[in-house]
Design a protein around this ligand. Sequence first.
Ligand code: HEC
Length: 110
Amino acid sequence: MKFFLLITLLSLCPLSVKASIDDAKAAALAKQNACLGCHAIDKKIVGPSLQAIAKKYASDPNASAFLKNKILKGGSGSWGVVPMPANAKLSDAELSLLVGWILRGAPSTN
Ligand code: HEC
């Protein structure tokens, strides 16, 4: 049993290291692309808080694909009538990083 726990912990380690590197990259991307001008981690500004987004999509298996496309193209209707502008410059990899981070509840990295 102890052995099993140790193996489980060891095998989770690289994952959590990777997640925290991804969190740092995503937080920097969110800053560079002015996402944080409209979205705060824990309160509504123009757009919903990133934690509210994580909560809304917590049990949605299609959230990742849906949100990547939504960030890329912009639009309204999920939270109200105010639209999000398109972010057409973001690459697929950048969109994945941002959405992964947001769905983890946008953990801060400092
Ligand atoms: C000008 C303000 C503004 C900027 C800049 C902005 N957003 Fe948004 N965002 C919004 C608004 C408003 C909504 C709500 C849209 C809706 O109701 O469908 C939203 C919604 C979202 C959602 C949830 C979408 C849904 O359908 O539930 C995500 C995820 C998101 N934004 C991520 C980002 C990211 C990442 C960036 C930066 C690349 C960004 N936003 C930049 C205003 C903004």
